[in-house]
Design a protein around this ligand. Structure first.
Ligand code: IPM
Ligand code: MG
Length: 344
């Protein structure tokens, strides 16, 4: 059965990149059903809630959610912000393992970021003296289920797992390290090493090819995955899949980029690559996912680039729709080749 997908077009450049990703899905995999729902800034304007109940309900009933970035300057200082809806969506769906792959030349790594715990969800508040606090909290079971995902993934890839923490300072990191090593006993075929997060940030910049699977807590994963994203040239290219919960959630790693919204120059490749991950993981449509990934590579090789990838050597840059159209053109060619191959 083709997956039923709820699409959350998001804010600022969100609807621009989502429209391209939907078009790609519609042409390549017309059986996949796509349904838009209100979410983020537009949902606050219309209902006062960034994740209205019927949107949450539709997400719960879907096979997968494809989400574009949210966040809008209009709500920066407001009590109700689009980001809150996104954190609630992650928590409600209990999507705890966020896979953020980065591939470029000899670099082939995946960051497995814990997504529903840590500083993002711990106790927070203001004390009488004006001190403001956010708390990092982890239960061993949260670490264990995430670590297991990481080891399973490492087993299917290069059999190396790096666990990133700050165990020289933080209690939660000492827990993290202990639980990861307990889980490691079940995976003797995977090499595991621990790395402090400051060192990991340095090694990612200086020797990224040494990494295979990186498991880490929510906040460290947020920061390291943006760093890993630029290894591939631009944050606009990186896709992510969040699994483990009731419904799979796919989203590009980049933000809503208010500065370039409405100009038609946002890079749609992260959103398109997220759609490819959806086809692969939820839809079990590996061949179609490979076609999209190959199309993205061809389009880049052919020199189609939005301005974030623009360099002095590139003659001119392309718009969001031009890059999307170039991807579509590529995969319709390869789809035809695939059908021709099947026909032989
Ligand atoms: C991400 C984003 C979000 C996060 C923000 C928008 C809340 O940066 O998905 O990486 O920090 O998780
Ligand atoms: Mg982030």
């Amino acid at each position: 059965m083709a997956p039923r997908v709820v699409c959350l077009p998001g804010d600022c450049i969100g609807p621009e990149v989502m429209a391209v990703a939907q078009r790609v899905l519609g042409v390549l995999a017309p059986d996949v059903s796509l349904e838009d729902r209100l979410f983020g800034a537009e949902a606050i304007r219309r209902t006062g809630d960034s994740l209205p109940p019927d949107t949450l309900q539709a997400c719960r009933m879907a096979d997968a959610v494809l989400k574009a970035p949210i966040g809008h300057p209009e709500f920066d200082a407001a009590d109700v912000r689009p980001e809150q809806g996104m954190l609630r969506l992650r928590a409600e769906l209990d999507v705890y393992a966020n896979l953020r792959p980065a591939r470029e030349g000899a670099i082939d790594l995946v960051i497995v970021r814990e997504l529903v715990g840590g500083l993002y969800f711990g106790a927070r508040g203001v004390r009488d003296d004006g001190t403001v606090f956010d708390t990092c909290e982890y239960h061993p079971s949260q670490v264990e289920r995430l670590a297991r995902r990481g080891f399973e993934l490492a087993r299917a890839r290069g059999r190396r797992l790096t666990s990133v923490d700050k165990a020289n300072v933080l209690e939660t990191s000492r827990l993290w390290r202990r639980v990861v090593h307990e889980v490691a006993d079940d995976y003797p075929d995977v090499d595991v090493d621990d790395m402090l997060v400051d060192n990991a940030a340095m090694q990612l910049a200086s020797a990224p090819e040494r990494f295979d699977v990186v498991v880490t807590e929510n906040m460290f994963g947020d920061i390291l995955s943006d760093e890993a994203a630029v290894l591939g040239g631009s944050l606009g290219m990186l896709a992510s899949a969040t699994i483990g919960g009731k419904v799979d959630l796919y989203e590009p790693v980049h933000g809503s980029a208010p500065d370039i919204a409405g100009k038609g120059i946002a890079n749609p490749l992260g959103a398109i690559a997220s759609a490819a991950m959806l086809l692969r993981h939820t839809g079990k449509l590996e061949a179609d996912a490979n076609i999209v990934d190959a199309a993205i590579s061809h389009v880049l090789e052919a020199g189609h680039r939005t301005p974030d990838l623009y360099s002095g050597k590139t003659k001119k840059y392309n718009t969001t729709w031009e890059v999307g159209g170039a991807v579509e053109q590529q995969f319709s060619d390869s789809a035809m080749r695939r059908y021709a191959f099947h026909a032989v």
